[in-house]
Design a binder for this molecule. Structure first.
Ligand code: BJW
Ligand code: ZN
Length: 298
């Protein structure tokens, strides 16, 4: 488990200053210092709830009210949270380097990088945003809806929401006694009470986030590919992510294959995910991204 990677901030500074093209992949760990949960770590969302019951198109079909309540809850939490100094450090680096030199891909849907004034052209939202709403049946799309609650039927009372989520989506190893996926028969919210599409009138509205089995936003993927293809990448920062969800994680391979050094910033140095074994020319900074980023990106 011993890594060959360097832990020297000084060495990293030298590499950072000499890098002309920097690529970054962010994950939930970046927002932990803002008070938001990760998915797979201690206290992680997928440790308490089954992702198949909450973050798939099938789950939405089965019980749209449950899924909307889960995201209403996440939305409410994200709106209460504030960007941390890690988000701000990345935004500052972006401004100082410009679009040609820096691109930041985030898997986070919490809107905190945007609220840290991260330049939008250099922030690629791989899994979209909690604050974009779309119709499940037609092309209707509504960006930047920051209302809380987003709809009267989705008012979040923390205790009752977590109780409902636990009852319907609790992660219990191999419990076959309940119906498939533990779903109850009565819908969490009656269909008529759920927000419907103002365009087609019949479709249900849903968060525009990317669920398991769904394609990532095509225009975003195109923009990323164009950036990558332009010139070689010198440095790839992998921040607060297990880098286990595809295709997001595959960009680390792409950068590595293109010759980039990798720098992992993570609370848990075992969580290298798709970054695999770090090499001698790579970096590993173990700890809170909000503590490390302002230090290494200085
Ligand atoms: C700290 C810290 C601190 C803690 N400081 N660090 C192979 C190839 C391609 C696809 C697949 C494949 N195998 C399987 C698939 C399918 C699937 C997938 O990847 N599954 C894997 C689990 C194996 N992928 C998909 O389904 C994707 N779509 C797709 O493939 O479509 C195909 C298609 C093409 C064309 C047409 C149709 C279909 C979509 C994936 C969408 C993922 N969505 C989620 C949930 C929705 C959004 C939401 O609710 O938020 O996105 S899953 C969840 O995981 C969320 C996250 O964005 C994502 C990544 O998690 P992240 O950010 O890495 O969090 P954690 O918890 O894993 O890690 C946190 C890290 O932080 C840890 O390492 C901690 O140590 C660290 N940390 N505190 C620094 N203070
Ligand atoms: Zn519609």
């Amino acid at each position: 488990r011993a890594s060959l990677a360097s832990t020297s901030v000084e060495k990293f500074h030298t590499v950072l200053k000499s890098s002309t093209r920097i690529f970054t992949l962010c994950g939930a760990g970046l927002s932990v210092a803002s008070g938001l949960d990760t998915f797979r770590g201690a206290g992680g969302i997928w440790r308490s709830y089954r992702s198949t019951a909450l973050a798939t198109p099938e789950a939405f079909e089965r019980d749209p009210g449950l899924v909307r309540l889960f995201y209403a809850y996440r939305r409410h939490k994200a709106l209460q949270a504030k960007p941390n100094i890690g988000h701000h450090a990345l935004a500052e680096l972006t401004k100082s380097l410009g679009e040609k030199a820096f691109i930041c891909l985030t898997q986070n849907i919490d809107g905190l990088s945007q609220r840290a004034n991260h330049p939008r052209e250099q922030l690629k939202l791989l899994h979209s945003s909690l604050f974009d709403i779309k119709c499940a049946s037609c092309p209707y799309y509504e960006p930047d809806n920051f209302n809380d609650p987003v709809h009267p039927s989705l008012l979040v009372d923390e205790d009752s929401v977590t109780a409902r989520l636990s009852a319907a989506a609790k992660s219990t190893p191999k419990d076959n006694s309940t119906s498939p996926d533990g779903a109850s028969n009565s819908p969490t919210i009656p269909l008529v009470d759920l927000p419907h599409c103002p365009s087609c009138k019949t479709g249900l509205l849903r968060p525009a986030v990317v669920w398991f089995g769904e394609a990532l936003p095509e225009d975003t993927l195109d923009e990323i590919d164009q950036w990558i293809d332009k010139e070689p990448i010198d440095l790839c920062l992998v921040i607060g992510t297990t880098a286990t969800v595809y295709p997001a994680a595959s960009y680390v391979h792409v950068a590595q294959a293109a010759g980039a050094r990798v720098a992992v910033i993570n609370m848990d140095s075992k969580d290298l995910g798709s970054t695999g074994t770090l090499r001698k020319k790579d970096f590993l900074f173990e700890g809170d991204a909000a503590r490390i980023l302002p230090d290494i990106l200085r």
